[in-house]
Design a protein around this ligand. Structure first.
Ligand code: WQD
Length: 337
């Protein structure tokens, strides 16, 4: 019997890759997206990639009760995978109320509709930023939570709302996934990260330097207490991350047992590691200038990955070189269409 999943934010960077992984895993997937941070043309690409003649999708906001009621009335959903949210840390500092309204308000609107339609399984897109500046590296899921930005505040509040809802009614089953640093693109080069303005994040910025759209990379500080002085992060290929969502959903469908897991590789890479790996992928020397540290940055974020492996059978396998090669392939092919 086909299992039907509502995928909010399904035209976005991680959402689109998760769409492909869900379809390949045999799920029937319905997308809701307001295209505030994605393009309708992604739907055509998803149809090509999956061989689906028609990608079932609705344009609208998860904040719009009446719109979402129409979507829930049109389908018998078995579960929801929820990506639709704002995700730029810097922007959240400037517009904190917008972030709470969209990220937390969107979640509570969704939960109300799920409750009304007896849809009890939700995979939730959380973030390693709920760990703040952790004392323990690699970071276990049991580490204390805090926040250093309004964005992180919304993810922490959302996790707590889900925890309270599940405690009040055990019929709910939530897969809370804490992403570390998603990067890379689908190997076909058909979908990938497609920032409209100057990227905040490291890999898309380096990609634009490699493409000749930006002159050089600013390395935000080389005086951290790390092997080469630059920030260390746990980069994870977006296709591995997408598979993590399939594994989480499979677990909820099989056992109805909730879980909270890190999605990362457990391997830390510095800014210079990334710069050198991208240089190998594109075959160019990539100019860079060391500048001051960026406010809010922490020295090291790296995941402990045992729980995802034990609970979900999830392991991120792709290497930093594969992440960079897939990004460069996307820049050279898909991003140009
Ligand atoms: C990585 C490293 C920078 C850009 C953010 C969000 C997080 C998540 C992923 C949503 C750091 C350095 C970066 C540049 C640089 N998003 N850097 N020059 O900050 O770890 O995480 O994106 O869930 O919530 O906080 O990622 O890619 O911005 O930075 O030197 O131009 O690269 O200092 O050490 P970050 P990032």
């Amino acid at each position: 019997m086909t299992r039907t999943v509502l995928l909010t934010g399904g035209a976005g960077y991680i959402g689109s890759h998760t769409f492909v992984a869900l379809v390949e895993a045999g799920y029937s997937v319905v997308i809701v997206d307001d295209f505030s941070n994605s393009k309708p043309s992604v739907l055509t690409r998803l149809g090509r990639l999956t061989g689906l003649n028609k990608v079932e999708a609705y344009e609208g906001s998860v904040l719009d009760d009446a719109f979402m009621e129409r979507v829930f009335n049109a389908h018998e959903f078995d579960a929801v995978v929820h990506f639709a949210a704002k995700k730029a840390v810097g922007e959240s500092v400037s517009y904190p109320v917008d972030y709470v309204e969209t990220n937390v308000g969107g979640l509570t609107t969704l939960l109300r509709l799920m409750d009304a339609h007896d849809v009890r399984r939700l995979v939730f897109s959380s973030s390693a930023t709920v760990y703040g500046d952790p004392d323990i590296i690699p970071i276990p899921e049991s580490a204390p939570r805090s926040y250093t930005s309004p964005y992180a505040f919304t993810k922490l509040m959302s996790e707590q709302i889900l925890e309270q809802a599940a405690a009040a009614d055990p019929a709910w089953a939530f897969g809370i996934l804490r992403y570390f640093n998603p990067v890379g693109a689908h190997p076909s080069g058909t979908i990938g990260e497609d920032p409209s303005d100057i990227p905040n994040n490291l890999m898309p910025y380096i990609a634009k330097v490699a493409a000749g759209e930006l002159s050089h990379l600013n390395v935000f500080g080389d005086d951290y207490d790390t092997p080469d002085g630059t920030g260390v992060r746990d980069y994870v290929h977006v296709c591995d991350l997408a598979m993590g969502h399939v594994k989480s959903l499979d677990a909820l469908m099989a056992s109805n047992l909730g879980h909270t897991v890190n999605l990362g590789t457990g391997i830390g890479s510095s800014v210079f590691d990334m710069l050198q790996a991208y240089s190998r992928a594109c075959g160019k020397t990539l100019p860079h200038v060391v500048t001051d540290r960026r406010d809010g940055d922490v020295p090291v974020l790296c995941a402990e990955v045992d729980r995802a492996r034990e609970l979900l059978g999830f392991e991120a396998k792709r290497t930093l070189d594969e992440m960079c090669a897939s990004s460069w392939h996307w820049i050279q092919t898909g991003a140009k269409e």
